[in-house]
Design a protein around this ligand. Structure first.
Ligand code: ADP
Ligand code: MG
Length: 626
């Protein structure tokens, strides 16, 4: 094309496309899910803009917020069209090729190790999955702020963009034409497409139509036998088309009564494939487990085989009304703790009265709960204000508070229903979970392995909920027998007269088990918690007490084990030695030299002062590995 401008794909994108094209991955269906998801996102965006400016929707068909699918068997083209926000020329260049998203290289890596394309949407590169089934793709797009453009590429490292002077004007939105590969001809079968759309569009909040062909009986004059009627295949909507036909045949019938015969003809009409229902508006009792799982998958773009670990679906009433569904994913996303303090990856979708507003609202949940997926739909928030004004709305504080409570309850329940967690619990409570036992078994340990760090960050950051979060804390200890245990369980095992909760921090459990700091405590049968995650050092600066008990780092000054009756005599008899020793080490290196009862076999040990950094903390600060 004479007006085409050529561009090269950004290197990582190009690599990704190569991998997709050459993939032997059998589940190629996923491209459709990605395209529908993009169409739905684009429709959400224009609908959001229309809240403050009705004009943006345009008139007539252009204003219809819908998705259309067409098949062209002869040309082997599958077309998906939306009337969403569309893309400007600059959008096409940036979003479809020249700017690699942060997930691009992560996904390339994942592809090379697992070969599983299923999670492509999670990495923000779902569009490129079109090359699983097509060798040539055209994207025609019209944004309100620009002319209509065509993006096209044969995935050969380059793409071209031209001002569109030959296709029918779209009004607004995007049309994607997939020129299907020979081995992907099944995507021209209407039945296949219908099945896939139904499967992938269950939770899409816009109508999806397919240009379906239908065999109909038509009466034609017996003698002249003129074949097809032009009207039959016109692009008018189905209802109109049928009405016209009906009128016509009646007229003909009453006036002339010619001899007629019936013949079969195919006509096309737009067939609606989904019912646009919002799952969160339904009563939780009516929603099945399978529906929640599927809803989670479409929300989180997580199409693995695992179910979410837990969910909570509720309605908040009172001053601020909203409905919400929260999920704990089965796995942490690849970048959960990447630049935790610099970015906010909010994962809840915010709707106001069924209208999607944003999924980048960081006022809904605190950072440490960013691993949750879900959705909030509020009737209290105003619809026709800017995102910035919403962000500052006073109701958000209440919503956030309630969401945190519900989220922590949901997590607590994972533990409560997990039979592995129930040791030391009252028998009746365990019985309640009944038949689900097998399914719930080990779920909390799983949760902890994926998201334990988030709970710890919560203890550090959220003073209001610190105690609730501390209940969710798990760790190993000198008595936990290789399993995870909780503070409540620790307390239930405390020795008579034991006042403090003992812990030790370090690199690994194996290393800590050999620590001389434990000698005496072990011998006296005291339990000591192992904290081996770098974040634990910070955690213990914030977690001062639990259930009225103080925490004592056993490698620090101030450890009291039972009664120190002999201590006084010993102190006296070794007075000269300790004095000499302190002088010999100089006061810059040590604060004091003391007699201790914390050791058993080891003659002496270096202890950190009460407010100083532990040796482990020194190590962490040196390597800066939070
Ligand atoms: P993601 O949807 O996660 O952002 P994709 O690779 O699926 O990643 O899409 C990349 C980008 O291309 C989108 O973020 C969007 O800006 C743009 N895009 C894709 N499809 C459409 C569409 N149908 N309408 C408007 N923009 C689109
Ligand atoms: Mg997408």
């Amino acid at each position: 094309r004479s007006n085409a401008e050529k561009f090269e794909f950004q290197a990582e994108v190009s690599r990704l496309m190569d991998i997709i094209i050459n993939s032997l991955y059998s589940n190629k269906d996923i491209f459709l899910r990605e395209l529908i998801s993009n169409a739905s996102d684009a429709l959400d965006k224009i609908r959001f803009l229309s809240l403050t400016d009705k004009e943006v929707l345009g008139e007539g068909d252009t204003a219809k917020l819908e998705i259309q699918i067409k098949l062209d068997k002869e040309k082997k083209i599958l077309t998906l069209r939306d009337r969403g926000i569309g893309m400007t020329k600059e959008d096409l260049i940036k979003h479809l090729g020249t700017i690699a998203k942060s997930g691009t290289s992560a996904f390339v890596e994942k592809m090379q190790s697992s070969g599983d394309l299923n999670l492509i949407g999670q990495f923000g590169v779902g569009f490129y999955s079109v090359y699983l089934v097509a060798d040539y793709v055209e994207v025609i797009s019209k944004h309100n702020d620009d002319k209509q453009y065509v993006w096209e590429s044969k995935a050969d490292g380059a793409f071209a963009i031209s001002e569109d002077t030959w296709n029918e004007p779209l009004g607004r939105g995007t049309e994607i034409r997939l020129h299907l590969r020979d081995e992907a001809q099944e995507y021209l079968e209407e039945g296949k497409l219908k099945e896939l759309v139904k499967k992938y569009s269950e939770f899409i909040n816009f109508p999806i139509y397919i240009w379906a062909s239908k065999e109909v009986d038509v009466e034609v004059p017996a003698e002249e036998d003129e074949s097809s009627d032009e009207e039959e295949t016109s692009d008018s909507t189905s209802e109109e088309g049928e009405d016209e036909d009906a009128e016509k045949s009646e007229d003909e019938g009453t006036e002339k009564k010619p001899k007629t015969k019936k013949v079969k003809e195919t006509s096309n009409e737009w067939e609606l494939l989904n019912d646009v229902k919002a799952i969160w508006l339904r009563s939780p009792k009516e929603v099945t487990e399978e529906e929640y799982t599927k809803f989670y998958q479409s929300l989180a773009k997580d199409f693995g085989d695992e179910k979410p670990l837990a969910w909570s679906h509720f309605t908040a009433e009172g001053d601020v009304e909203f409905k919400a569904v929260l999920f704990v994913p089965p796995k942490a996303p690849h970048d959960l703790y990447e630049s935790y303090y610099n970015t906010n990856k909010a994962n809840l979708k915010l709707y106001v009265r069924r209208v999607f507003i944003s999924d980048e609202f960081d006022e809904l949940l605190p950072k440490y709960l960013n691993f949750l997926k879900g959705l909030v739909d509020s009737d209290t928030l105003p619809l026709n204000v800017s995102r910035e004004m919403l962000q500052a709305h006073s109701s958000l504080k209440t919503i956030k508070k309630k969401l945190i409570r519900k989220a922590l309850d949901m997590i607590r329940k994972i533990a409560e229903e997990d039979p592995d967690e129930s040791s030391g619990k009252d028998e009746k409570e365990v019985e309640k979970s009944g038949t689900d036992d097998d399914e719930k078994k080990g779920q909390y340990a799983k949760f902890w392995n994926e998201f334990g760090k988030s709970i710890k960050l919560g203890i550090i950051e959220d003073a209001t909920n610190r105690n609730r979060l501390a209940k969710l804390l798990r760790f190993e200890s000198t008595k936990s027998d290789g399993k995870l245990t909780s503070l409540d369980q620790y307390i239930s095992r405390m020795r008579a007269g034991q006042k403090d909760i003992f812990y030790i921090t370090g690199n690994s459990k194996e290393q800590l088990e050999k620590s001389p700091f434990l000698e005496r405590l072990k011998k006296k049968n005291y339990e000591v918690i192992f904290f081996t995650d770098p974040v634990d050092e910070y955690l213990m600066q914030y977690l001062m007490d639990y259930d009225g008990k103080q925490f004592q780092n056993v490698s620090k000054e101030g450890l009291k084990i039972g009664k120190d009756s002999k201590n006084k005599e010993l102190k006296e008899s070794f007075k000269e030695l300790t004095k000499w020793w302190k002088g010999a080490l100089t006061s810059e290196n040590v604060d004091d030299v003391k007699i201790t009862n914390r050791l058993d076999n080891t003659p002496c040990v270096v202890v950190t002062s009460k407010f100083g950094w532990s040796a482990n903390m020194e190590r962490i600060m040196q390597s800066q590995t939070l």
